[in-house]
Design a protein around this ligand. Sequence first.
Ligand SMILES: *Cc1c(COP(=O)(O)O)cnc(C)c1O
Length: 404
Amino acid sequence: MTKLAIDGGKPVRQKPYPIWPVSGEHEKNLLIEVLNSGKWGGSGGANVPDYVPKLPLFEKEFARFQSSSYGVSVMNGTLAITVALQAAGVKPYDEVIMPPYTFIATATAALLYGAIPVFVDVEEDTLLIDPEKVEEAITPKTKAIIAVHIGGTPANMDRLREISTKYNISLIEDAAQAVGSQWKGIAVGALGDLGTFSFQSSKNLTSGEGGMILSNKKHLADKAWSIANVGRVRDGAWYQHDSIGWNIRMTELQAAVLLGQMSRLEEQLQLREKNASLLDQLMGETKGIHLFRKDPRATRNGYHLYMFYLDRELSKKVNKEDFVRKMAAEGIPSTSGYKALNLYDSIIQSIKDWTGEKQQYHCPIAERMGNKQVIWITQTVLLGDEEGIYDAAKAVKKVMQSYL
Ligand SMILES: *Cc1c(COP(=O)(O)O)cnc(C)c1O
């Protein structure tokens, strides 16, 4: 057996992977234009004539790219989910069904204003919310389902739509990791009643921080706009506040960066898809690991993450952190990813603060997959060249062999 790099052997890879994010003259010029205009925020006008505001341009371009009619930009992806829930009519103490295998923000977006997460387990072979279990979790208090397209893989939107229609519940997509992903040729964010995105530093489209709410329904988009704009009315008077809202507008500077990033998006998406498919081929035969099932209806994957999982039996003797450390020594960035949200004391405590009840959710699949089995390879690997993909696959095989 070849000696692992962590034990002093030769690392599989010594070259770095591409850095993230990438920018150039385009972003620089757009930023300078905004700076010189004096219109830096999401309200007010410019100090120079003929200035074309970047926020509406970006909202339109991004919405179109994601098959949606309307876009409302906000400060981040967490509050985008909060706004979407509120626009859908979810009130404090209402229940929101969501998967536990996601970033904590999916849950905190609800808990921040007293809506209560109800965790429904994921499917073992996709890590996506299990629609059949969703139906069992519906109560008279359920007002929304959040589908999370984890890693970029679209959730089963056909089945979730059927259930949400049957019970007259809103369907919201947390598409923070799924810019560019499609379900049956339609981009995510346009499949539910509302869809939300994040432009935080690590995401596939970024301005450091930022978020967006999409909808095909004008009344929902107008409501989301109002909630994000201190309860103003879209074409109303400046000090007309018909409802209570946050003040969480995106800035023009962010919109400028995002417009620049949009021009790189399609090429990056194609590169990630091509490299992920090569990685699938190369990793498919590796003993001790499994790839997630691909639904043929998921016609495009944005691949924010490349995820795979350790075999269940083998995972009993493999520590994920140890696996990740060994991969790092071989020159391949990977992470051990999320723990199931229902295991967080902070979430259980917050639910208790609002409801007075200590909830115990059992999501055995998400718990086991999160604790023991799932490994992520970050998107920067997918943005590199073919050699980098061969190296990643080789490192997985080499590290895996040390456990067999
Ligand atoms: C990043 C992320 C969010 C939160 O977005 P922020 O912009 O960081 O607030 C929500 N859900 C998921 C699945 C995410 O990956």
